[in-house]
Design a protein around this ligand. Sequence first.
Ligand code: VAH
Length: 314
Amino acid sequence: KVLVTGALGQIGTELVVKMREIYGADNIIATNRSRRAGHVLVESGAFEELDVTDAKGVHDLAKKHNVDTIIHMAALLSATAENNPLMAWNINMGGLMNTLEVARELNCKFFTPSSIGAFGPSSPKVNTPQDTIQRPTTMYGVNKVAGELLCDYYFHKFGVDTRGVRFPGLISYAQEPGGGTTDYAVNIFYDALKQKKYTSYIAAGTYMDMMYMPDAVNCIIDLMEADTSKLKHRNAFNVTAMSFEPEEIAAEIRKHIPEFTMDYDVDPMRQAIANSWPDSIDPTAAKEEWGFKTEYDLPKMTVAMLEQLKAKGV
Ligand code: VAH
């Protein structure tokens, strides 16, 4: 039985659908701080409200469902965290500690994502190595580095089978993201379809790693099914599918919507966050240790996103 926190979030939504297909709907317990009536997951299977900052609530729910795996996705993303640093610490670190403790007590396998946000201005910017300096300058980045270290600690101190990846920006059609810096690369598709125009809050020339959500979901499943004896790293594998800047994704969209135009209204805070992150990261360790691979590059993702959003009625 798998407990997923933050299941109604951008990753959780598609992850739970895929895991239910693979492992059976009754074996994946979707939880979220609040239920969202009408959300595909709330209407289609086991759903429980869970606030990950409630240690007893996490323990009792995991015990009630006799879970053996915890996929901890509940967190505040970079821009939200930068606007509410104390709340971000409490939710991101408090939630992680509570779920790690339950994983220790109930002997659960554990996954939580880190991010390219775990790197900072002093990390090598291009082809950022798996093991390198990590001095992020955002609260989100501090949470992610602390989270990587905490998950390593629970592995070597308590033997908890913790695993994780450093996700790039994730692009999805099923559930809009909330409060990220890379989300311009999602918003651009919605606006291209609705008004054939997008105003980017990230400046031209700002490269960031990205990945289409189906590849990200497969990443989590592949890593969780990997042979633990092959893992030299445990948490925070660099994973990425592509790196692009706003003009490149706009040009790709224009191949399908020729009249699409984009202009800029740069948001200083999210631009500063983006500037502190790598341009591109090196996923070699993930490829070597558990066969990480992706199917979608920018052209293929653009076709898929436009098709799926049109089908959704955007
Ligand atoms: C964010 N989408 O923008 C998330 C992610 C690497 C980016 O961590 O905060």
